[in-house]
Design a protein around this ligand. Structure first.
Ligand code: PLP
Length: 423
């Protein structure tokens, strides 16, 4: 459920008509609904309320805007970060260091050191060598009288096919993430001996936009067996990080498992584990909390179907070009008429096409429209390709709105570039 609804024939974000934002900020622009973020945060928490100990770490890669992070911090969420930059953002937004989980397959020595110095709550180790480096960095700090053993869990690859798009599948053995589950017990034993590490458990994340809970349940079953094996070997296991991945409906008639379905499955799969369960939801919180508001530049006749050329492009919303992803496209003030059209942006790539042969609201040059479900993996993946301005972001809260990320102009970008004097 979201708070983008038609009132008197005009699409609103909560109480704000989208044409008001287009007039004030211009297009393209991402528009987020604070009420939708809050609702999703609460529904997800409620779905897990039957579990004994839970830590919620919003996967900020989905939407790392500072205002969004502040909102999520106010909802009691910590953060799952995958880079030093994301950690800086989470801290800048007011999230507590101990509520931050540091995931990511390629953390640099510098990032590990900075995260130790910040006192983050957990490192999710992706390989043995990373654990050894982290242990050394932590031990060095302990000798200098600052810092403690690094709190960590070992990310395991359970070799489960999540049934999602290949580019967002992370839990098969050929994927780059985690350590093979068969190697985990011996590796855990070696890492647990290191002075600088406080190894507390295991983690997994098998992919994103999961439409079926069965692969997740299978993966959780494997992790449960691993936890038992580790305990039998004498290890103390107090945390299991179950990652994120729950999908969202991108099309009106998509039927996906709800957070309540997910919560019931987790309760079943983890019964008796006696650990703190950690969750890293991203898309399920942010996906339907945002739209990309755009204006039609031209309707260009085509040999098969007309091309609706909009002022948003693949550099603003990369998902269709990256994953052949679907985003519903609706007019802000639909007339009721329909047309079959291709929808494309102005970038000089045929890949800059959002949809082909789609049945859509009839639109004309100058009309406003939105791509729905653009709150996750939207603005955060934006680039300035073709020297297009970096897309701005607006947060609506009831009848208020604020620009929460400026449009970054080509002039600003050029100001960060240099022509050497010898040219
Ligand atoms: N945790 C990790 C380690 C991830 O890599 C991701 C994204 O792929 C997430 C959490 C968030 O996933 P989602 O947005 O599907 O919930």
């Amino acid at each position: 459920m979201d708070h983008f609804t038609y009132r008197n024939g005009v699409l609103h974000a909560e109480d704000v008509p989208l044409p008001v934002i287009a007039a004030a900020v211009g297009t393209p622009v991402y528009v987020y609904s604070a009420a939708t973020f809050r609702r999703h945060a609460r529904v997800f928490r409620e779905a897990l309320s039957g579990l004994p100990r839970v830590h919620l770490a919003y996967a900020i890669k989905a939407n790392p805007n500072l205002a969004v992070l502040r909102l999520m911090a106010n909802e009691g969420y910590g953060a799952d970060v995958v880079s030093g930059g994301e950690m800086v953002r989470a801290l800048a937004a007011g999230m507590k260091a101990e509520a931050i989980v540091f995931s990511g397959v390629g953390k640099t020595h510098g990032e590990l050191a900075a995260a130790l110095d910040a006192g983050i709550g957990q490192f999710n180790l992706e390989l043995e060598e990373e654990g050894e480096v982290l242990a050394r960095l932590a031990a060095q700090r302990m000798r200098e009288g600052r810092g403690q053993r690094a709190p960590a869990v070992l990310r395991v690859n359970p070799d489960v096919d999540a049934g999602t798009h290949a580019k967002i599948s992370t839990g098969r053995k050929q994927n780059k993430f985690g350590v093979p589950i068969a190697d985990a017990p011996a590796m855990f034993a070696r890492l647990a001996k290191l002075d600088g590490l406080d190894l507390r458990g295991v983690a997994l994340h098998i992919g994103s936009q999961l439409a079926d809970l069965a692969p997740l349940e299978a993966a959780f079953g494997r992790i449960g067996a691993l936890v038992r094996e580790l305990r039998t070997a004498g290890h103390t296991i107090t945390r299991v990080d179950l990652g994120g991945g729950l999908g969202v409906p991108y099309r009106e008639d998509d039927v996906l498992p709800t957070p309540a379905d997910y919560g019931a499955m987790v309760a079943r799969a983890t019964a008796g584990w006696d650990v703190e369960l950690q969750f890293e939801p991203g898309r399920v919180i942010a996906g339907n909390a945002g739209v990309l508001l755009t204006r039609v530049i031209w309707v260009k006749p085509g040999s098969v179907a007309p091309y609706v050329i909009v002022d948003a492009a693949m550099n603003d919303l990369a998902r269709p070009a990256l994953y052949d992803a679907w985003h519903d496209f609706v007019a802000v003030a639909p007339s009721g008429a329909r047309m079959t059209a291709n929808i494309a942006g102005p970038v000089c790539e045929s890949g800059d096409t959002f949809a082909m042969g789609r049945d859509i609201d009839t639109v004309h040059a100058g009309d406003l429209a939105v791509f729905r479900t653009a709150g996750a993996y939207g603005a955060t993946m934006a680039s300035t390709y073709n020297s297009r301005a970096l897309v701005p972001e607006v947060l609506v809260d009831g009848d208020r709105y604020a620009v929460v990320a400026d449009r970054v102009s080509p002039e600003t970008m050029i100001a960060a570039e240099r022509v050497p004097e010898w040219l």
